[in-house]
Design a binder for this molecule. Structure first.
Ligand code: HEC
Length: 152
């Protein structure tokens, strides 16, 4: 009996750090993706604000579009298993991301494609194209948020 109890304690000691590490990994992923979404929101706002001005700067648009594109491409990898609401952490990610992974990937890809088109328009320096490509990005944010982000 005493021996068995000793084994049980040893098993618990071995398992606990692994569970704690998984938890830490989940929390780190949540923080990283939230920071990434802040970058996405900031760069997209920079682009929209720039386009409202009388003489939009292509340099500003170019830098913001490149940063937005890099951040958008990180979205799919920002949701590893074990980083959902079950962590108890402060996250607006819905469990649907993990139960409907194909739908989430589709929503992310739709957004990435819109941002790619915007980046290409900026590189081409075509203002009319830049404006319509910018208008096409917003709905791809909403499409994903409607399905996969907690409503406040
Ligand atoms: C493929 C899905 C998807 C796309 C596309 C997407 N988002 Fe999100 N967004 C999320 C999810 C899920 C969260 C919640 C993340 C969390 O709390 O763990 C979020 C969170 C955010 C946040 C809050 C970040 C914080 O401070 O915690 C902002 C701001 C945001 N998104 C803006 C945007 C904007 C702007 C776009 C488009 C330019 C966009 N998102 C595109 C899924 C998406």
């Amino acid at each position: 009996m005493r021996k068995l109890a000793g084994v049980a304690v040893a098993v618990m000691l071995a398992v606990a750090p692994a569970a704690a590490m998984a938890q830490t990994g989940g929390l780190a992923a949540i923080e990283a993706r939230q920071a990434n979404f802040k970058t996405i929101a900031r760069t997209f706002k920079t682009i929209n604000d720039e386009l409202k001005g009388s003489r939009p700067s292509l340099d500003t648009l170019r830098a913001a579009a490149a940063e937005l594109r890099a951040a958008s491409q990180k979205i799919p990898g920002g949701f590893p298993a074990g980083s959902g609401p079950e962590t108890g952490a402060k996250t607006e990610a819905l469990a649907a991301i993990w139960t409907n992974r194909a739908g989430f990937t589709e929503a992310a890809n739709r957004h990435i494609a819109a941002v790619d088109a915007l980046d290409a328009a900026v590189k081409a320096g075509d203002m009319a194209r830049i404006r319509s490509a910018t208008d096409a990005v917003g709905p791809t944010c909403k499409n994903c948020h409607d399905q996969f982000r907690l409503k406040k």
